[in-house]
Design a protein. Structure first.
Length: 370
């Protein structure tokens, strides 16, 4: 019986997602690449033992059912603390406010929670099913039959940052995606791995980890240059479309996409002579043009990729979008920031590796008809 109840509950969340009932919460989560865990608690008759079930991970405009699927998409369960721990506390308030308002519009879910769950033999669940929304292990809202309860605040937050260990990269050089990279890019990846292996993180607690990232950044820029040159004809057509359609955009839209428009003008002017290694170029070409993201409605299809490439690239959408922020801080990160946190370093390694994987996969499907 409890299983049937869980299925009904999951269906209601999926329906709410389609109707956009959690849009503001998802937007709040995206500001810091956050996620929530939705835990269903069912109390036994005697108010003693409690059964807990993971309903969903709430992340990237999706309700994700399994831990494996969630990890494949986000690559980490840890918070992003690259901008400091204080951001986690500020974002908690914003997420809580949005979620509290949107839960109040989910009457179907509250009504289902109000239903008695008939006891099964040996499993007498029939009292107060509750949904706990958790933020890095901290309850943010408790959803009961009469709505959401906001009995928690950021002053009570306890977020553990696992800064005592760092997992070593797997044997990247044995993986298929590495073999498809440009030879120079492969050399940079190899250089990163060699430097990584030489460091004893337990002894060298004060070591600056930022310098190790330079090889991965160079590998990304080399590989993206290859991607640009290979697809130059399609990118030129896309750039021309953007310049043409941008005349019909509002002043606000033009201002928001000013860098994209200027980049397209440079592409049309300099073609394959332009230097496109920077992260801002990667963001504008892959996110705005290849994936057609955040382009005003009414624009024609801009992508220069084939259908299979678009499907594969969408799997890395979150990482591609985040590279815009990395582009803003690329020089600061490498030349000024002194990274001691192993969590920050590990997260950046996963991020940069994912960008390289995405570029490698695009290369795998280059020959398909567009």
């Amino acid at each position: 019986m409890l299983k049937n109840f869980e299925q009904k509950l999951r269906a209601l969340f999926k329906d709410a997602l389609k109707k956009g009932k959690f849009n503001n919460t998802f937007s709040a989560l995206k500001t810091g690449d956050h996620y929530l865990e939705l835990i269903l608690h069912a109390l036994h008759n005697n108010w003693g033992e409690k059964s807990s079930t993971l309903l969903y991970y709430m992340y990237d405009n999706q309700f994700i059912k399994t831990r494996k699927e969630f990890f494949r998409k986000r690559k980490s369960f840890d918070p992003d603390i690259t901008m400091g721990l204080s951001i986690l506390y500020d974002d908690y308030d914003m997420i809580q406010d949005s979620l509290s308002i949107e839960i109040s519009d989910c009457g179907e879910i509250s009504n289902l929670l109000d239903e008695l769950i008939e006891p099964e033999e040996g499993k007498p669940y029939n009292l107060h099913p509750i949904i706990s929304y958790r933020y890095y292990g901290n309850e943010i809202i408790c959803h009961e039959c009469d709505g959401g309860y906001v009995d928690f605040n950021k002053d009570d937050l306890k977020i553990e940052i696992r800064d005592d260990i760092i997992s070593k990269p797997t044997k990247w050089l044995d993986e298929d995606w590495v073999h498809r990279l440009n030879e120079e890019a492969q050399q940079q990846v190899s250089s990163f791995l060699k430097q990584f292996e030489k460091i004893d993180y337990k002894k060298d607690k004060e070591i600056d980890l930022s310098s190790l990232l330079l090889s991965l950044i160079k590998a990304i820029e080399i590989e993206f240059r290859d991607h640009y040159i290979y697809n130059i004809e399609g990118i030129l057509l896309s750039a021309e479309k953007i310049i043409d359609i941008s005349d019909s955009w509002s002043n606000r839209q033009k201002k928001r996409l000013k860098i994209l428009i200027n980049n397209c003008k440079n592409i049309l002017l300099k073609k394959d002579r332009i230097k496109v290694g920077g992260f801002q170029w990667i963001y504008n070409i892959l996110y705005h043009i290849a994936l057609c993201k955040e382009i005003p409605t009414g624009a024609p299809s801009l992508t220069y990729l084939n259908e299979k490439q678009v499907i594969e690239l969408k799997r890395y959408e979150t990482f591609i979008k985040d590279i815009e922020r990395d582009g803003e801080s690329r020089n600061r990160l490498i030349h000024h920031d002194f990274i001691k946190s192993k969590v920050i370093f590990e997260r950046l390694v996963i991020h940069f590796k994912s960008i390289l994987e995405a570029l490698s996969i695009l290369k795998e499907y280059n020959e398909l008809d567009k």
